[in-house]
Design a protein around this ligand. Structure first.
Ligand code: NZQ
Ligand code: ZN
Length: 390
């Protein structure tokens, strides 16, 4: 294993009723002004908003609302939130939602205590946070990204057409509350998209060196099998508490830094999807579903041994009569079959992307990572996009 330093400062409250049971007590650790941030309004339909308002009022807090955070949060929305956080003298940012709300709030918490240009200083390039951002608390309503237990925030700069993420330990929330029943109202497409995002995170870590026996890869194999099994169960019965619980915790486990320990990690597929999202605003998990099998067909030869291990240990494919190359390819095929089975898109067209879009411009804007089995070029990324046309 490679050397590592591990840190995760977020305290997690998991299970049905956790918000009712613990939020009031948690809020008492902060000042009077709570900035309640959320998305397009789903929390007003499913009762989560009412529950949080009741708890906040019992805790005698002043609630300042910041609504309308969009999926794939924009830098413009971050700036709006920073202004409100400063003007209202917020003492805590309480983010209620999924990855988009949590990511936007991480950037707001940083900007609320910083007078410079946060895009230039912390997203365009890695920066150093040598001050305390505004405290953050999360109530997760849709699982998938794992943003609740890391310092990662993926922000889209619409003017520059760049969607990029940075992970700062200082942007980990103080607490994250995960009630699986809160996810019951998530529409099927978003539930599946979130679970596929989780699977993608695990694969992005697993398919990277070192490949000799290591605990991170062993946990990753168990997590991948768990996501596959419980996503099937949640599709069958969206209110299956055990399935929703497993998916919710899988998402956190995939991105709380634990399975990254000792690994290089890849995340090239995420780089490509993020730029596709910057140009088209496509759904994150669905974009990954289109890209992954094609991207893996490009790196399968270079990572043959690991893809063969993936075929047998994750998909249960027998080695009998197969060369290592055939076994490796059958693992990628099993992934592609699963994507079809769960109803995710498999082509750019199914993803809703206009066929006249300039794919070269998007390919040229993608970051190239160093941890992949095969280092991409912008020309090869364009080939991948062309193959995604189906
Ligand atoms: O906006 P509302 O009305 O709340 O509706 C949301 C939204 O339309 C809906 N939703 C959420 N909870 C619900 C619900 N609908 C009904 N019932 C509920 N309980 O779900 C939709 C999607 O929400 P969103 O937060 O956009 O989804 P997700 O959690 O997939 O987040 C995606 C964002 O996270 C970034 C992605 O790039 C994307 O911008 N990521 C963040 C990462 C991180 N910080 O670690 C890692 C990931 O790789 C990813 O890049
Ligand atoms: Zn992701």
């Amino acid at each position: 294993m490679n050397n590592f330093v591990f840190e995760n400062s977020t305290k997690v409250y998991f299970g049905e009723g956790c918000v009712r049971e613990y939020l009031s007590c948690l809020l008492s650790d902060y000042g009077k002004n709570i900035m309640l941030c959320y998305g397009g309004g789903s929390i007003k339909k499913n009762g989560i908003y009412d529950e949080i308002m009741t708890v906040s009022s019992k805790a005698d807090k002043v609630v300042i609302e910041f609504a309308g955070i969009p999926s794939n949060p924009t830098y413009a929305k971050v700036l709006e939130g920073i202004k409100l956080a400063k003007e209202s003298k917020a003492d805590l940012i309480l983010a209620v939602g999924g990855g988009s709300v949590m990511d936007c709030c991480k950037a707001i918490s940083l900007g609320a205590k910083y007078d410079g240009d946060i895009w230039n200083d912390f997203w365009a390039r890695p920066g150093v946070i040598d001050f305390e951002p505004l405290p953050l608390g999360f109530v997760v309503t849709v699982s998938g990204t794992g943003s609740e237990c890391n310092g990662g925030a993926v922000i889209t700069n619409e003017e520059l057409k760049i969607k990029t993420g940075r992970d700062y330990a200082k942007l980990n929330a103080d607490f994250a509350m995960l009630d699986p029943t809160y996810t019951y109202s998530v529409p099927k497409f978003q539930m599946v998209s979130g679970a596929f995002d989780t699977l993608s995170h695990i694969m992005e870590i697993y398919f990277s060196e070192p490949d000799e026996s290591n605990v991170s890869d062993d946990i990753s194999e168990a997590l991948m099998k768990n996501v596959i099994k419980n996503l099937r169960a949640a599709i069958e019965n969206p209110k299956a508490y055990n399935a929703r619980s497993n998916l919710m915790w899988d998402a956190t486990m995939a991105e709380n830094r634990i399975i990254k320990l000792g690994k290089k990690t890849d995340f090239e597929c995420h780089q490509i999807e993020h730029q596709l999202g910057a140009f088209t605003n496509c759904n994150h998990g669905a974009g990954l579903a289109v890209l992954h099998p094609i991207y893996y067909s490009h790196i399968c030869k270079a990572g043959e041994k690991k893809f063969a291990q993936f075929a047998t240990n994750v998909w249960g494919i027998s080695k009998d009569g197969k060369t290592n190359e055939e076994l490796a390819k059958s693992g990628v095929q099993a992934l592609a079959d699963f994507i079809k089975e769960i109803g995710m898109p498999t082509t750019l067209k199914e993803l809703g992307i206009n066929e006249n879009i300039n794919l070269k411009e998007i390919a040229d804007s993608c970051g190239i990572v160093g941890g992949s089995y095969k280092k991409m070029t912008h020309e090869e990324i364009l080939e991948i996009f062309e193959e995604c046309k189906g």
